[in-house]
Design a protein. Structure first.
Ligand SMILES: Nc1ncnc2c1ncn2[C@@H]1O[C@H](COP(=O)(O)OP(=O)(O)OP(=O)(O)O)[C@@H](O)[C@H]1O
Length: 284
């Protein structure tokens, strides 16, 4: 990280603020994404993580502040130029049920095809490589409508990888995956960002996975970036309690020595006070 931060940020958010109508989501959020790193955006439901990713991708316009992609205001850049550098896989990616997995991965190449009407061998190679990396080669000719939720999620990642972007923005890329595929996806992202000119920014609710694989975290809560820094600087009991309203036990996971979080269940009466029984029949 120390080395990475000597370089210029690939993506920089300066004092971003956003509101849906009169409802403010966050204010004054600044962050930088450096080459060679994975940056995790974490925070409770509704804290604005997807909104922030939308603004970072240039698809949404912040109410205040600005986003710089390789030093240029992203909203002033022609969209095809942005798409050459930056890939986005949103929380609910649109996949066309009638297209095969290979066609879907290939569609990620459109941003690279320029004036060519048809894909060439390089495009096919990139799409096949992305399917291989995401463990989908054997399903290349399967229609998207016949894929499971986790396979669709991996295919959305394959489509983003096939474009060979420099910056990858991912909204909850592992949320539908079993633990084998969670690990594989995080390892793919680690390898992707390991090439020094590339970087990943991802949103996740999996704090332990984020702790293990992210170089830095931004904790979005209470209308701003409550904390940001290395996992051990952000995943602190006090900060997590402030952000999520839960008590956690922290220790070190044994493989990389990163913080590991164990949830402490609410004591009995507290459960009821906090309305945690909303899913129970009202008679209880
Ligand atoms: N199109 C919209 N119109 C109005 N309010 C919205 C819209 N999209 C999101 N919101 C609200 O903005 C807030 C932030 O939403 P956002 O989806 O960015 O949060 P999030 O942190 O990604 O949530 P989650 O963890 O549940 O995915 C939420 O309160 C949400 O209800």
């Amino acid at each position: 990280m120390a080395v990475a931060q000597l370089k210029e940020a690939l993506l920089k958010a300066e004092s971003l603020g956003y509101a849906y109508g009169d409802n403010p989501v966050f204010n004054d959020v600044s962050l930088e994404l450096f080459p060679g790193e994975i940056l995790g955006i974490i925070g409770p439901n509704g804290s604005g993580k997807s909104t922030l990713l939308g603004i970072l991708s240039g698809l949404m316009k912040a109410k205040t502040g600005r986003v710089l992609l390789k030093g240029a205001d992203i909203l002033q850049m022609p969209r095809p130029k942005v798409a050459e550098v930056l890939g986005l896989s949103p929380q609910n990616p649109q996949l066309s049920n009638g297209m095969t997995a290979l066609e879907t991965a290939l569609s990620g190449r459109y941003v690279r095809m320029g004036r060519n009407l048809f894909e060439d061998d390089k495009d096919l190679d990139a799409a096949n490589k992305a399917l291989l990396e995401t463990g989908l080669s054997s399903l290349a000719s399967r229609k998207c409508g016949q894929l499971s939720g986790g396979e669709r999620q991996r295919l959305a990642l394959a489509r983003a990888l096939a474009a060979e972007p420099q910056v990858l923005l991912l909204d909850e890329p592992t949320s539908a995956l079993d633990m084998d595929h969670q690990l594989r996806v995080m390892e793919i992202l680690e390898e992707f960002s390991g090439y020094n000119h590339r970087a990943v920014c991802l949103v996740s609710h999996d704090l332990n996975l984020s702790s293990m694989f992210c170089d830095r975290l931004v904790l979005l809560a209470r209308g701003s970036a409550l904390a940001q820094g290395r996992p051990e600087e952000v995943l602190r009991e006090d900060l997590l309690e402030t952000a999520y309203g839960v008590k956690v036990h922290l220790d070190q996971e044994p493989t990389r020595g990163r913080p590991r979080i164990t949830l402490i269940p609410h004591p009995g009466p507290e459960k009821y006070r906090r309305g945690k029984t909303a899913f129970l029949p009202s008679a209880l």
